[in-house]
Ligand binder design. Structure first.
Ligand code: NAD
Length: 480
């Protein structure tokens, strides 16, 4: 049983209300930890702590900020096993995936330790000889970061790595389901020696703390990853103060397999893209479009692979798929599958809550559906579960039209060996990211971006820095 506190102003603290909330293991439904349930007042205290050090933190040298971030990265690598254990306990993903996530988070901190040194400005040729024109980049101010439960380490790193590198102090609010991973990362911040107030953590309900982030004038930027619904609420709420926001929201990725693709590789890619993290990633494939001439071969091979996937507690050896995050998630997946079956979809494998001989845990069997069409919920809403709906198509034009028929625009995937087709389809997809023969396009050094209702702004690589820096224009007239 882990009993933990929040981190505010360089101290581990309880909520001023002394209220707490439990953390549950989704594989066993046992309570594994207790953390503070922060009030608005706690959030305000954390924002004050961050605001007090904004001036001093923003004036540190790039090398100083680089050192803190680099040290954090090293500490996460050192403690990767321990943090991954906490992550699997509270989130459920298999231990190997959890460890991969912690190391990936370390990579983001490492990348942003380097980017801290590249906050360049520009000089612009002036219209008169006695003028000098400069554009410089300066940190925005206090950043509030709200993160989801599906990547509890990675999302923190991708947001506050660049914020800290830019010179912004931060207040992080992790998802209620996964505060323990966030706390482990903050233990690393403490050990890395960040000055008090630069990094702050409040654990508690989004609906309670969100309004404080929106209304508190000291918060200059909100960065959020989570559902489109909450993203829209934050976008509306930010308008009053013209608060800067970055939103990484839901997705509904098309995964397109052309008949000239390498079938085995496409099947393997589908397994990764669809079933990683039990299908609970925003870039998971949601609609798998297979050219009709290869539909049977693809679906047979996929079914064989899916039936070999092992479900279970993320700590068990050889487990590929853990539980869903909670019972609500399980119900949503069930609803999508039932809706599709009622409307004529065919069940190839899976299709139900996994029978664990009476054991607890929110497990859903990996599922394949064929005969899927646009009338089904699964074609429009994020399922966030291990269900692969297969849809057939005959031409390139047709599949592009179908794939683009979504209000989401995050990730998309194309499998083909035809270079021309790869370019044409990539350019015509209305999505921020395209993986061509690549089920894992996300890397620290590149862009992560959602179009349409999948987001506002972007993260990752050198681009991530822009979100925490304001441009400033200086025009100077030289004295004689
Ligand atoms: P969610 O929106 O319910 O919660 C995300 C975070 O927002 C949590 O910390 C939660 O406490 C907080 N929150 C909830 N209500 C709030 C409010 N009124 N004000 C402020 N904060 C509030 O989403 P979730 O169910 O935890 O996460 C799954 C969603 O996240 C999916 O839609 C998924 O696609 C999306 N996601 C997107 C990305 C991306 O980068 N685009 C990455 C991972 C997950």
């Amino acid at each position: 049983m882990m009993e933990k506190k929040m981190y505010i102003g360089g101290q581990w603290v309880h909520s001023v209300t002394e209220k707490t909330s439990n953390v549950t293991n989704p594989a066993t439904e046992e309570v594994i930890g207790v953390v503070p349930s922060a009030s608005r007042e706690d959030a305000a205290i954390a924002i004050d702590a961050a605001n007090e050090v904004f001036e001093s933190w923003s004036k540190t040298t790039a090398s100083e900020r680089c050192n803190y971030l680099f040290k954090t990265s090293e500490l996460l690598i050192e403690r990767a096993d321990e943090i991954a254990e906490i992550l699997t306990l509270e989130q459920g993903k298999p231990f190997a995936e959890a460890k991969g996530e912690v190391l990936f988070a370390a990579e983001y901190f490492r990348l942003y330790s380097e980017e801290a040194k590249r906050i360049y400005g520009e000089t612009i040729p002036a219209p008169t000889p006695n003028k000098r024109l400069l554009v410089i980049r300066q940190p925005i101010g206090v950043v509030a970061a709200i993160t989801p439960w599906n990547f509890p380490a990675l999302m923190i790193a991708r947001k506050i790595g660049p914020a800290l590198a830019a010179g912004c102090p931060v207040v992080v609010k992790p998802a209620e389901q996964t505060p323990l991973t966030a706390i482990a990362i903050f233990e690393a911040f403490e050990k890395a020696g960040f000055p008090a107030g630069v990094v702050n953590l409040v654990t508690g309900k989004g609906s309670r703390l969100g309004p404080e982030f929106l209304e508190n004038q000291k918060v200059k930027k909100i960065t959020f990853t989570g559902s489109t619904e909450v993203g829209k609420y934050l976008a509306k709420g930010s308008a009053d103060q013209m608060k800067r926001i970055s939103l990484e929201l839901g997705g509904h990725a098309p995964f397109i397999v052309f008949e000239d693709a390498d079938l085995d590789k496409a099947v393997e890619a589908c397994i990764i893209s669809k079933f990683r993290n039990a299908g609970q990633t925003c870039i998971c494939s949601n609609r798998i479009y297979v050219q009709d001439s290869i539909m049977k071969a693809f679906s047979d091979k996929l079914a064989e692979r899916v039936q070999s996937l092992k479900l279970g507690n993320g700590f068990e050896k050889g487990v590929d798929i853990g539980p869903l995050i909670d019972r609500n998630a399980l119900e949503k997946v069930q609803e999508h599958v039932e809706d599709a079956l009622n409307k004529g979809a065919k069940l190839v494998t899976g299709g139900s809550v996994w029978n664990r001989d009476g054991l607890a845990g929110s497990f859903f069997a990996p599922t394949i559906l064929t005969n899927v069409d646009d009338s089904m919920l699964i074609c429009h809403e994020e399922t966030f579960g291990p269900v692969a709906p297969l849809l057939s198509f005959s031409t390139e034009e047709e599949v592009i039209k179908k794939a683009n028929n979504s209000s989401y625009g995050l990730a998309s995937y194309v499998f083909t060996r035809d270079l021309g087709k790869a370019f044409r389809v990539s350019e015509n997809l209305e999505y921020g990211m395209v993986g061509v023969n690549d089920p894992l396009p996300t890397v620290a050094q590149s862009l992560f971006i959602g179009w349409k209702e999948s987001g506002l702004g972007y993260e990752g690589g050198k681009y991530g820095m822009d979100q925490y820096l304001e441009l400033k224009y200086i025009s100077m007239v030289l004295n004689d």
